[in-house]
Design a protein around this ligand. Structure first.
Ligand code: NAD
Ligand code: DAU
Length: 353
């Protein structure tokens, strides 16, 4: 693949993936990043990459649902590979305003599939980045495998499930070369602070209450974002076409354990706050409606078939992550102060919220 279209490349995982591809993977081709810059897209995430890789990296602001403009991009940029991240990604938002989730996650994916079909003489691969949330919720025992029936419980996970089905159907119906990855919870640099881990880091730093939903005993399987990127790249290169691969970190933890650990790390790095430990800031709040109790991934297919394994444990990854937020105050401050939004408005017009 000489010209890979990366959708949603200004978001959390997409920007880490572009960084990974250009700095670490050995890939020698070009990347075309198409992102609409919603509230979650942040040009700061790749400002250095834009300067460093002028010949091999190109950013285009576009809504993936805009078929006409996307068709031009496919044509003019000679797109021959697709890695599709662009999505509305936050469960809480989907519970309040599901519209954008249906539009971007379902209609947007459909639009890209239609274009991949149109240009299928050239397109070698459509990789679809998806989530373990499509499988629903687990009890105390068991793991999600690639054979687990879909049982999505939120508008977000239902929209992702729908997009997964479309991708698979385009392989079965039209022979489109596709791969799908269903991954567990990611954490690491550049994550928007609406998600649990960056939210806790920033609130704990500033001595603000740390909201924990329900009894705090919901379980997630945490994967460092760099490991997710290497898994996607392994699947794109070596994965069997038409197949789904689960990606997990073997790091099951209750939310309250995650939150407590972050408080302790910050106490260690920055000292106590107002003379006491940060765990005092933990505040139990009303539960998320339909809150999935436990996610756990059986990632053995990916390990067995492609030899992939994560590098980071939660113990190492979370320390790296906390350190990154401490060392990148400018990124955090521009995001929180709204400075980056003003900059986007000036450079690109209004962003969709
Ligand atoms: P994110 O919210 O940080 O980034 C999403 C990006 O998509 C943003 O840059 C946004 O501007 C862009 N975007 C949104 N709508 C668009 C549109 N209509 N046209 C073009 N661009 C648009 O999300 P993320 O956490 O980086 O997740 C990326 C992908 O990975 C998503 O598909 C998500 O479902 C999947 N995923 C995420 C996780 C996780 O833990 N974050 C885990 C598994 C899978
Ligand atoms: O499992 C993969 C999914 O992980 C991805 O598909 C989603 O895009 C991504 O957002 C993430 O979904 P979650 O809902 O699991 O992530 P979130 O960070 O919102 O919440 C993690 C857990 O923490 C969840 O059980 C809810 C809880 N939580 C979250 C927030 C924001 C809290 O207790 N307090 C909070 O303030």
């Amino acid at each position: 693949m000489r010209n890979i279209l990366v959708t949603g490349g200004l978001g959390f995982i997409g920007s880490n993936f572009i960084r990974y591809l250009l700095h670490e993977s050995g890939y020698r081709g070009c990347l075309i990043n198409v992102d609409f810059i919603t509230y979650a897209g942040n040009p700061d995430n790749l400002a250095d990459i834009e300067k460093e890789f002028k010949d091999r990296y190109r950013f285009i602001r576009c809504d993936i649902c805009d078929r006409e403009r996307m068709s031009k991009i496919f044509d003019e940029m000679a797109i021959d590979g697709i890695c599709h991240f662009a999505a509305e990604s936050h469960v809480d938002r989907s519970l309040v305003r599901p519209d954008a989730f249906i539009q971007t996650n379902i209609v947007g994916t459909f639009t890209l599939l239609e274009l991949a079909r149109k240009f299928r003489g050239r397109v070698e691969l459509f990789h679809h980045v998806s989530t373990d949330e499509v499988y629903g919720s687990l009890g105390r025992e068991g793991f999600f495998t690639e054979e687990t029936p879909y049982r999505p419980n939120s508008p977000y996970s239902a929209s992702k499930a729908s997009s997964d089905h479309l991708v698979r159907a385009y392989h079965m119906s039209y022979g489109l070369p596709v791969t799908i990855s269903n991954c567990s919870n990611n954490y690491g640099p550049y994550q928007f602070p609406e998600k649990l881990i960056p939210l806790v880091i920033l609130n704990a730093l500033e001595g603000k209450p740390i909201p924990v939903y329900g009894d705090g005993r919901n379980v997630r399987d945490w994967l460092y974002v760099g490991d997710h990127c290497s898994a996607i790249w392994a699947i794109m290169n070596k994965g069997r076409r038409g197949e789904t691969y689960n990606v997990g970190g073997n790091n099951e933890m209750e939310n309250i354990q995650v939150v407590g650990l972050i408080c302790d790390i910050l106490d260690e790095y920055c000292g106590m706050i107002d003379g006491g430990p940060r765990r005092r800031l933990i505040t139990y709040v009303k539960d998320r409606p339909g809150h999935d109790r436990r996610y756990a991934i059986d990632g053995s297919k990916l390990m067995r078939e492609l030899g992939w394994a994560p590098h980071e444990s939660f113990a190492t990854g979370i320390r790296k992550t906390v350190r990154w937020y401490l060392d990148n105050r400018k990124w955090v401050d521009r995001l929180i102060s709204g400075e980056y939004k003003a900059w986007i408005k000036e450079n690109y017009g209004t962003n969709r919220s």
